[in-house]
Design a binder for this molecule. Structure first.
Ligand SMILES: NC(=O)c1ccc[n+]([C@@H]2O[C@H](COP(=O)([O-])OP(=O)(O)OC[C@H]3O[C@@H](n4cnc5c(N)ncnc54)[C@H](OP(=O)(O)O)[C@@H]3O)[C@@H](O)[C@H]2O)c1
Length: 296
């Protein structure tokens, strides 16, 4: 198994369980994890993604990867930061880097491999999460939001759009995977709202404090009121259950949402169900990361 985002938050809890299974777990991470096989990976640098994929392939040789768990993610207080490759950072880390990793490892996957991409209910206006929801999934505009004629002028809103749109891209990528890898299982995992993780670490201090406090028992009464709020343990276990296929999708479903600690196979947003959009995003992402069949 190969995983991103296994060093912190609910992903670290999922990684602990995945590591305890029969298969070997390789983590891609910015910092080494002593307990797990960790290879260096900074998703904000596409060369680092290429190096990680090459290292994984060297390490595994002919042994196929039976699960690819793309869980890493981040959110920023604006959409002003750019990666070394020149792309808006939230979109680049959450979507483009994972897209490239997927392409670089796709022919090393087992024929019946499972691929999970962690998305967010915030991609869907119906969730009413209170964040700016995606207007589009145009990869060029998301990579260069300054070119978006309808961009949010307020930095915080622009940051929210970068995040929710990147999570829409995760669901659309799963949709495109159904076409490109029909024999493999591709799932979008929406963990609901999970307070107390590291996700708020780049946001303003009051938000960071609120996020942390809500992740303690103090936040429990509020969590109880909302079906979308889950504990780290519940979110980590649900992800591991999906990867271990202890929870399997009903025919035709690819979106697993954790609601009140239970996985529900609901429909994602209207935009996320658009096959043409999924196809366009897949091809535009390939162009942005300079993917070609000889890239490996
Ligand atoms: N918490 C929520 O309410 C919520 C809701 C919906 C979706 N999600 C999604 O769930 C996933 C996990 O989030 P979390 O809440 O558990 O947050 P978290 O504690 O911050 O975990 C994020 C993970 O992504 C990794 N990561 C971030 N940037 C990276 C980079 N440039 N290169 C390599 N790894 C990077 C982090 O590594 P480091 O340890 O190096 O920072 C960490 O392992 C994310 O995709 C997030 O968007 C979270």
């Amino acid at each position: 198994m190969v995983m991103t985002g296994g060093t912190s938050g609910f992903g670290a809890l999922a990684a602990q369980r995945l590591e305890g299974g029969n298969a070997r777990l390789i983590l891609g991470a910015r910092r080494p994890e002593s307990a797990v096989d960790t290879f260096p990976l900074d998703l904000a640098d596409l060369d680092s993604v290429r190096g990680f994929a090459a290292a994984v392939r060297d390490e595994l040789g002919d042994t196929p990867i039976d699960a690819l768990v793309l869980n890493a993610g981040m959110v920023r207080p604006d959409a002003d930061d750019r990666t070394v490759d020149g792309f808006e950072t939230t979109f680049a880390v959450n979507h483009l880097a994972h897209y490239l990793l997927l392409r670089l490892l796709e022919d090393a996957l087992a024929d019946d491999a499972i691929i999970t991409l962690t998305t967010s209910g915030t991609h869907d206006p119906a969730t009413e999460a209170g964040l700016v929801t995606p207007r589009h999934a145009d990869a060029d505009l998301l990579a260069h939001p300054e070119r978006d004629p309808d961009r949010d002028e307020q930095p915080g809103k622009a940051g929210q759009h970068a995040y929710t749109a990147s999570k829409l891209c995760a669901v659309l990528t799963v949709r495109a995977l159904r076409e490109h890898h029909p024999n493999r299982t591709a799932l979008a995992y929406d963990p609901g709202q999970v307070f107390g993780t590291g996700l708020a670490k780049d946001l303003a201090l009051p938000l960071r404090i609120a996020w942390k406090v809500m992740g303690t028992p103090v936040g429990w009464p509020v969590r109880r009121l909302s079906p979308t709020r889950n504990t780290r343990a519940a979110a980590g276990n649900a992800l591991a259950d999906l990867v271990f296929r202890l929870q399997t999708p009903p025919e035709g479903h690819t979106y697993a949402a954790l609601r009140r600690g239970t996985l529900a196979w609901i429909e994602p947003s209207v935009l996320a169900r658009d096959d043409k959009l999924a196809h366009t995003l897949w091809n535009d992402s390939a162009r942005l990361v300079s993917w070609s069949e000889t890239s490996q």
